[in-house]
Design a protein around this ligand. Sequence first.
Ligand code: AMP
Ligand code: MG
Length: 327
Amino acid sequence: LLINLDTAIELLSSGEVVALPTETVYGLAGMISHESALMKIFKTKHRPFFDPLIVHVKNLEQAQSLAQWDPVSELLAQKFWPGPLTIVLRKKEGAVSDLITHGGDTVAIRCPNHPVFLQALRGLASPLAAPSANLFGQTSPTQAVHVEDEFNGQVATVDGGTCQMGIESTVVEYDQARRTLFVLRPGLLDANTLKHSLTSISPPVNVELRQQENAPGFLKNHYQPKIPLILVKGNSMPVNQQEILDQLTDFAHMPVREWILPDDPQMVARQLYADLRTFNQNRQAIYLVIPPHWPKEDLWSGIMDRLNKACHAWLDINDGEWTLHRK
Ligand code: AMP
Ligand code: MG
């Protein structure tokens, strides 16, 4: 069900949830001031309550009303908002529902860079909670038609075109005591760029990856297509490639096709989830050969993170020897 922005604002004001485009992926939005809207988000997505929501704000000022800010987090917001950066902060007493934070004392906040989403925020009295508009654990939508498919047309959606970024925001949390910015979820805003943006601060701030394996969004299986996706990693190709193809076919119980991706990480991110959806629709099992430079280059880390969670198995090739790992 496609709706226009004015209708979306009306529905949101009355406590309904609607899908809105952001620059990362489509979000299932509800006003944080409406407890019932928050409940609807979890129910529509079949999302467990232990998975906290990201609060979307129209600007830094609105974010300041929700949480306690430190100078490093503030500098990041000034440099990268609106944009694909989510900042985890200590929440202000009573400012955010426990449904959003799973009762914790921190809240994740971001200002999205999409004209439609920003206009909705400007037309509303409170920020919007907005996890990706897909069933829990499934592939995130990057086009309005993906949201339609995911919920059989049952979720009112504003069409804002294809999401330009294509993967979810980078999530960071600054630890003042350790003077370290932890990257909790990698994205297209990479660690090097973040580090660079903080060079004016002294003493210097470390930037470190700290993925929380036990938290959702950090789960081992996420963004997962229903058809088998197998990653091929390693430092060399084996002599007998047919043997490998046979093994992959065996694992998938159907023919596997190679998934060829462009060299430009931004293009890959933009296309990633749409491709997974197409493979699903075509019931096509696929394997993807990971170029050796990928995991070592910053911009690829967000993409590798999603692929590692989306895949069902991976094949390790070392000096011509190979092993298949099932997840
Ligand atoms: P999404 O499902 O893309 O909306 O992203 C939500 C994700 O943001 C969660 O799964 C967590 O990984 C992260 N997140 C949200 N709130 C917090 C928080 N308070 N602390 C740490 N991570 C959070
Ligand atoms: Mg999601």
